[in-house]
Design a protein around this ligand. Structure first.
Ligand SMILES: Cc1ncc(COP(=O)(O)O)c(C=O)c1O
Length: 385
């Protein structure tokens, strides 16, 4: 008997997950592949989770999310960005940021409609656009990995519905200024586009730079869904806890969809996070990871730039850097990545995973390896190059 899953034929399997699986169990591999912090989950948060389970928060909770957690999230937005989200109808807790991206696209996209996302971008976006029956449209980048606004304007058609933004960016670590983002918001307004702003790296931003929350830009609030997560901020990617903020009007249909997909995100984890977020130690933890990643960034960027043929821009945020390898012996990113894995036991993600024009780049995650491992990677790469 043959069962058809042909609607997935167009979807490529995740190359990063495949690399991740390939590296498992092989000795002496250093992975700069997967985008997950190697930092231990804060002890206070682990204890809060144990406590929540012991206190019997093991039942269903509201689909929109635990009330205390939604209030804590709204409070943070007020504190960081001076913007008030309605904790009763404008904040949702989801199963990772990925679930919110999925549900938002499924909710707001009709078959054949178009979604703008950057080339390069987090690989989940284009694949989820296809899952939602939409058409992916790549927004070109400037040489410093910002969105090229003028070229993007040429891509807009009467079918364009959604624009996805992601700053600090995965895979490049670039950010755009408030003024540059405002131009994109204005463009969205002119064409009545919904903005999906993925800000999961909001706290991982270096040298005192302040994150620009797109929803806080003049006229953006009424058309923006912000995607966020606890995965990176508190080093708990395995807990699968994400969240979003937007207007009650935009959230209502998303909530309807979310309810039929997951009912509610796990209850004890939400209770633990609500408790932890209200403690000062959660802010201290954020400062700690920011400093740690900044140290790693400085080492890895200097290291890459010391290798002949590689040139690497300094990421302003996130925990990725995105070196140009086009002047090395292996100028094709897939060949480079394979060579690095086979001969240096280093996992690096080929740029083509992030967009069709990304052949000269590879992505290195310094979230998943400490300074010593990064130094070892540079040494090993130097040898094979
Ligand atoms: C840009 C971006 N958005 C969203 C996510 C999703 O995170 P999660 O589903 O763990 O919350 C990631 C994870 O790597 C990411 O890099």
């Amino acid at each position: 008997m043959k069962f058809s899953a042909e609607k997935l034929d167009e979807i490529e399997p995740s190359g990063i997950r495949e690399l991740f699986a390939k590296a498992q169990g092989i000795e002496n591999v250093i992975s700069l592949g997967i985008g997950a912090p190697d930092i231990t989950t804060p002890i206070g948060l682990k204890e809060a989770l144990k406590q929540a389970v012991d206190d019997d928060y093991n039942n269903y909770d509201q689909s929109i999310g635990n009330l205390e957690l939604r209030e804590a999230i709204a409070e943070k937005y007020k504190e960081y960005y001076g913007i008030e989200y309605d904790s009763s109808e404008g904040v949702i807790v989801t199963t990772g940021g990925v679930e919110l991206i999925y549900v938002a696209l499924q909710t707001y996209l009709k078959p054949g409609e178009e979604v703008l996302h950057q080339d390069p971008c987090f690989l989940t976006y284009p694949r989820q656009v296809v899952l939602a029956g939409g058409k992916m449209v790549w927004m070109p980048s400037t040489p410093d990995f910002k969105i090229d606004i003028e070229k993007t304007k040429e891509k807009i058609t009467d079918k364009t519905r959604i624009m996805i933004l992601n700053f600090p960016s995965n895979p490049t670590g670039a950010v755009m200024t408030r003024q540059e983002l405002k131009a994109l918001v204005d463009m969205a307004e002119d064409h009545n586009l919904l903005i999906l702003s993925d800000e999961v790296y909001e706290h991982i931003i270096f040298n005192g730079n302040k994150h620009v929350h797109v929803g806080s830009i003049d006229n953006a609030y009424e058309r923006t869904i912000t995607v966020n997560t606890f995965s990176k901020t508190y080093a708990i990617p395995g807990w699968r806890m994400g969240f979003g903020v937007t207007t009650p009007e935009i959230l209502k249909p998303i909530l309807k969809y979310h309810t039929y997909v997951v009912a509610n995100s796990t209850t004890p984890t939400q209770v633990a996070l609500a408790n932890y977020m209200q403690r000062k130690e959660s802010e201290d933890f954020i400062k700690y990871i920011r400093n740690e990643f900044q140290k790693r960034r400085d080492v890895i960027v200097e290291g890459f730039n010391s290798i002949e043929g590689i040139s690497c821009q300094k990421p302003v945020g996130s925990f990725y850097c995105y070196p140009d390898i086009s002047q090395t012996k292996y100028p094709n990113c897939e060949e480079f990545s394979e060579k690095a894995f086979k001969d240096a036991r280093v996992v690096l993600v080929p740029g083509l995973e992030f967009g069709p024009s990304q052949t000269p780049y590879i992505r290195a995650s310094f979230g998943s390896a400490g300074v010593e491992q990064i130094q070892e990677v540079i040494e090993r790469l130097n040898k094979i190059l």
